[in-house]
Design a binder for this molecule. Sequence first.
Ligand code: WT7
Length: 649
Amino acid sequence: MSDNNSYPVRADIAQQAWADETTYREMYQQSVVNPEGFWREHGQRVDWIKPFTRVKDVSFDYHRVEISWFKDGTLNVAANCLDRHLDTRGDQTAIIWEGDDPADDKQVSYRELHEQVCRFANALKSQGIRKGDVVTIYMPMVVEAAVAMLACARIGAIHSVVFGGFSPDAIAGRIIDCNSKLVITADEGVRGGRRVALKKNVDEALTNPAVKTVEKVIVFQRTGGDVEWHSHRDVWWHELTQLASPHCPAEEMNAEDPLFILYTSGSTGTPKGVVHTSGGYLVYASMTHQYVFDYKDGDVYWCTADVGWITGHTYLIYGPLANGGTTLMCEGLPNWPDSSRMSQIVDKHQVNILYTAPTAIRALMAEGNAPIAGTNRSSLKLLGSVGEPINPEAWEWYYKTIGDERCPIVDTWWQTETGGIMITPLPGATALKPGSATRPFFGVLPALVDNMGNIIEGATEGNLVILDSWPGQSRTVYGDHERFVQTYFTTFKGMYTTGDGARRDEDGYYWITGRVDDVLNVSGHRMGTAEIESAMVAHEHVAEAAVVGYPHDIKGQGIYVYVTLNAGIDDSEELKKELRQWVRREIGPIATPDIIQWAPGLPKTRSGKIMRRILRKIAADECENLGDTSTLADPSVVDNLIADRANRR
Ligand code: WT7
């Protein structure tokens, strides 16, 4: 990882970019010296119904954490993404949809999208949904997923999108937590030629007796596959929208009214419902989308993220549409029917900007030149990366093979909680170093602190914190502000704790080193170790489980589980298989353990705390250097685990 391997800004890009280096420096300076003035000016980029007079009302003091932006302004997010473009670009394509089947695609104009959203907004109203109600969306990657989100925004309902890969139990938990009144789903999804039983999963989730609030389920017909029908509750999308009027006024929302809830894993407990509000979120989403991707009118932009993740919210839907952009939505996988699919799509739709994840890049990289076979990708101008640290080898491959050494790469660091990109290069302003997310976006004040919370300066390594608020920041955890405060504002007082570690080099560039808490990043998906552990111990044969991450070539991190069985239960390969299946059913396929090792005992301190540090080392085969083991209650446990590594799988 050489800091000297740097790619200077290309002069021709700097010349026409939204920000060259001087502009970046000036704007950044202004944004941190005078945030009120900066955001008062840039807050104008969205259309307000009632203009704001207040800009920023923020306290990071853990006694009274309060975060508000533009708080006396009113607006409607959907109107900003649709209505305001109709006069100037009504016939322009808003969404290019590419089906799982390469022969399947369509283009939806702003005018068409506006009409679909209005119809569906009326459909939601006809099912009793009002401003402030929570609607759960469990959809495949179809245009209707975007329509559903924007329709909620239009009438002031709060959407909670649940990733289509989550299990019935996970859906149920996410419905119960936010008292959702309605679920929007599809009969089946289609990915990599296979069908995914979405409606069936929702049916099963709703059999959970603790789900008490769901009155209706709206079902979009994607495949026409067989579904069970509960006529008191289930309604077809197409029947509702046929009847609905295409006119629907946009609800006037306060800047601080919630726009959506998105569940994400933390180091403890069940997933948290991260709340994002309307005004600040949209300002930040649209501004980052414009500057980071150097988005210009007419560009075709493709973010490969699923709508079930924050990237799919901010950079598939809200950012690009607020900017009047053309956003490509792909139903399928980047390597199906074969590894050239991603490049084929780039050529087919003349994609200019491609934003994807290191795990996808590494999976393609393993195929050599096959991922670009028969394609030229000459439309590409810019590449983006998100979700986990990108290793320099994958960066170089992305740069050389996909981008033909022509396209800058923006390695964007951010989180569900940050709403938008925080640390990133700007293509016209920042010299690139493979593996570094480089420098902060406007208004972002990153810092490194030691474990005592002291700010450390210069070239150093530490815990990454953010010292002041930015408009896209999450405001609270749904229904549990105390948990929000505990999670993000008490570890290091007066600062936002990211949970990531980072290094800062001599040029002030940030290199994210990964999570410092008990959160895993598996293929760019966040998984709490506690969540997987509690799924494991729910199995009748499991006494105790400890989950750690270990380095994985494609996924970044793999899931490694140490399992202690109940007395009298024999271990077997059969049982390992059953436990894997069990976790898939409890949480979803993304939580499937990669390696299970039987652990008759787990390394604990004398007070009974599991020493994960040691388990991580054993999982990574770094057994020579286990660090301080003097607090272990029973050192022989560790020797046994090391000796028994051969039997893990
Ligand atoms: C965690 C947040 C942000 C959208 C997708 C993930 C890791 C994210 C990078 C990057 C290094 C990254 C961090 C962060 N992460 N982007 N460019 N370089 N690490 O959102 O599920 O909330 O996960 O993903 O560890 O804390 P998320």
